[in-house]
Write a protein that binds this ligand. Structure first.
Ligand code: SF4
Length: 389
């Protein structure tokens, strides 16, 4: 059996990103080389990966403490039988919690808010995170990479209300550098686009990608024409390694601002100390803590990963008491179908919310305050009654 210790001694900074992808762990047989599994576990995990494929970079696997069954990196990457539960005690689930499907304009474009367009550039990720809210999409064989990108550019050019473009997926940085250059250059000349975001978890799970000089040189040049932001997704301080720090430094050297969008997950980062260490670790390496998402009611995810709102809010508030201004800039939010909602705080059993964005046809909902009747077990907006005042 190869050991995780061997992996943790690897010099990841000197490994060519594309070559390493071939070594990803994507089968139970492959996983058994590193992690002990009983025959029963093997059978259950096979059932899980038949629904939602497994894909774990060896780098990310090396961060697991083999002596801890509750290791957060393990929970984020290795499937468990919990994923066989479609819904469960936490309540209803859906495969499309953000309501993306109804805003799909074809050509890989999702246009929910008038000022932002999201381009689904690929359905491939270097890792298939077990808590992913796009689980229904990622890892599917029909990769749509750039086949419609020229049409997406045309759509964005024709819609002058689009002030920013999010390139997402899947993970856009898993696209070949030459193709990525082609895609981005199409956006450079669209006058009404103020900036471009490239959403990626690669700095966390596949930092080797940012040691590609051709990519970094191009990003630096493109950023001079059109400002680039990189939203990334660190969930735990154990993910903030020296290699990840170097990857982030290279991105920052290209003049790009990095913002973090973490997800609040049961058993992964649901203690005051976890949130405190994560946010402090991010500011230490030059990343702005931006959002902390309440885990969405996603099928095969919600039941084992969602934290009760009441308990979660108290954890976040206690962590904020210990964090300085930059480390606590993040907003605790629900990415709800009706738009993003900030979880502002509670007064006893009254939960105070503020809607941050709303769908294009309901601009009056933006910035509205809501007071909800909080219960001990509510995990999502729809679990609570609104209090009329
Ligand atoms: S990298 Fe992002 S899109 Fe891909 S599986 Fe993870 S959470 Fe989902």
């Amino acid at each position: 059996m190869s050991s995780l210790t061997e992996l943790s001694n690897t010099d990841w900074g000197n490994i060519y990103w594309k070559d390493e992808l071939r070594n990803n762990i994507d089968s139970i047989e492959g996983l058994k080389k590193y992690i002990d599994l009983t025959p029963d576990e093997e059978k259950q995990l096979q059932q899980v990966v038949d629904h939602h494929p497994m894909n774990i970079p060896r780098y990310y696997l090396s961060l697991i403490n083999p002596n801890s069954p509750n290791d957060p990196v393990r929970k984020l990457s290795i499937p468990t039988a919990d994923e066989l539960v479609v819904a469960g005690d936490m309540g209803e689930t859906t495969q499309d919690p953000y309501g993306d499907d109804k805003h799909n304009k074809g050509n890989g474009i999702l246009h929910k808010y008038p000022y932002s367009a999201l381009v689904v550039a690929t359905e491939y990720c270097s890792m298939y995170c077990r808590h992913c809210f796009r689980k229904r999409l990622v890892g599917l064989p029909n990769d749509k990479t750039v086949e419609n990108f020229q049409n997406a550019i045309k759509y964005i050019s024709e819609h002058k209300e689009i002030a920013n473009v999010v390139i997402s997926g899947g993970d856009p940085f898993l696209i070949d550098t030459s193709l990525l250059k082609e895609m981005l250059s199409g956006l450079a000349d669209i006058e009404h686009v103020n900036y471009v975001r490239i959403g990626t978890r690669a700095p966390v799970v596949y930092p080797m990608r940012f040691f590609d000089d051709e990519l970094m040189d191009y990003l630096k040049e493109f950023n001079k024409k059109k400002t680039v932001y990189i939203p990334t997704h660190f969930n735990h301080a154990n993910e903030i390694t020296d290699v990840a720090r170097k990857a982030i430094l290279r991105i920052r050297e290209a003049g790009i601002t990095v913002n973090n969008q973490a997800v609040f997950l049961y058993g992964v980062n649901d203690t005051v100390e976890d949130i405190e260490n994560l946010m402090n670790g991010l500011v230490r390496i030059g990343i702005n803590p931006y959002y902390l998402y309440q885990c969405m009611p996603v099928s095969r995810v919600r039941n084992h990963f969602q934290v009760y709102l009441k308990r979660g809010l108290d954890i976040v508030d206690k962590a904020k008491q210990k964090l300085d201004g930059y480390a606590k800039r993040f907003k605790f939010i629900m990415g709800h179908e009706i738009g993003k909602i900030e979880i502002c705080g509670r007064i006893d059993d009254k939960l105070i919310l503020k809607q941050l964005h709303s769908e294009g046809d309901k601009p009056e909902d933006t910035s509205r305050m809501m007071i909800m009747q909080l219960t001990d077990t509510a995990g999502w907006l729809d679990d609570m009654e609104q209090i009329k005042i």
